[in-house]
Design a protein around this ligand. Sequence first.
Ligand SMILES: C[S@@+](CC[C@H](N)C(=O)[O-])C[C@H]1O[C@@H](n2cnc3c(N)ncnc32)[C@H](O)[C@@H]1O
Length: 447
Amino acid sequence: MHPPVPLWRQLQAAASVLAAVRRGESATPAIARLHADVRPGAQALAYHVLRFLGRAQALRRQLANKAPPPAADALLTTALALAWQEEGAPYEPFTLVDQAVEAAKRGKDTRAQQGFINACLRRFLRERDALVAATEDDSVARWNHPRWWIAQLEREHPQDWEQVLEVNNTPAPMTLRVNTHRISREPLRQLLAAQHIASEPVGLHGLVLDRPHAVDAIPGFADGLWSVQDAGAQVAAQLLLEGLPHDAPLRILDACAAPGGKTAHLCELARHAQVVALDVDPVRCERIHQNLRRLDLTAEVRTADAGEPAAWWDGKPFDAILLDAPCTASGVVRRHPDVRWLRRESDVAQLAAQQKRLLTALWPLLKPGGTLVYCTCSVFRAEGEQQIAAFLAHNSSALLRPGPGHFLPRDGAHPEGLRDNEPRDHDGFYYAVVQKSAQHAPAPPEA
Ligand SMILES: C[S@@+](CC[C@H](N)C(=O)[O-])C[C@H]1O[C@@H](n2cnc3c(N)ncnc32)[C@H](O)[C@@H]1O
């Protein structure tokens, strides 16, 4: 048995993740760099800090007009994010403050600010209610998202923006996609229950677990009985295959495929299909191979820019294309609480331009009568509805079929109005199902 990791070390590690995010780095590599013994605890703390960063920064500004150097500021802000709540906080505030001061004392970049951090945190403990109340009118402190993000959501989803922001600040559940080729959902559910892992069905092929577990602690991972995939993401393959013959030798393109979650689902559901999985990133392509190998599935994996078909397309049209385009990831904030702090407002337009380039380049590769599913894990309309409206306006051969449209994140707490088979707890996505008219003939080659 290893001795428990002291809280001060976990606070140092969580603060280093916050400092990395503030420098513009994603939290994932910063967490991966942490020492293994501290990593799980520090990740949980860092995620909590990122979910309450708006409030913590507002408190820090009240306690000190001028920010201390970055490492000390990250540690102070980390402690405030963990100490401000009266209920539901991971640690008792006095313990937390003592341990934060210990962390400052032991860190070479924070030692000189130990007295300052101690003074700020002790004042916070004495005046907590007044200090918290003084942040109430600050929308960034209230919602823990950047101001531009809150304004954009309010404008674009006037009925739902508050619920979306609330859901974004909750941890996401762990959801499995059952590999129905290997096992049905109910027997897998019983297999999990035998290991004391409770689960509930979600969507057509999903099981949402009562709490997250390490993948190798859940029976059946190495045997390919299931994959981890959010219920909202499980909709993609079903939508693409709807209406297509299941036993025909279809040719399907998954244009932005890595790490292969949706590719694998397509292969599981359409066993006779020839699936081409493309991604521009060679390292991420390796992950597609790994996932397919574990699930014993086959696809043709290619590393290429989907927006430059001349470099990789063999000229044979596809029956169906899935374009899961790169996006702001504004719909998966529950799983990636750093995303909101890393994005800039200008990223939305830049990514929308990239999505447009991919859509335009891939459309000619679709057979007349074929289906293209366009999706992003974004709640912003420029990456969803507006993107598709502009595409339809410029492509007379494209017809929008009924589809989910903007599928806003939900935490299952408000099931009212949902049909029985609709997933209750899922990330945010946009889905459009676009069909190419059957009469449309491909343009003749230029003379
Ligand atoms: C949202 S992720 C795809 C997730 C994947 N469909 C899944 O379900 O596991 C978007 C992917 O698009 C890839 N990508 C970005 N630009 C691309 C391009 N021009 N051509 C092909 N892939 C691209 C990224 O490397 C990234 O893996």
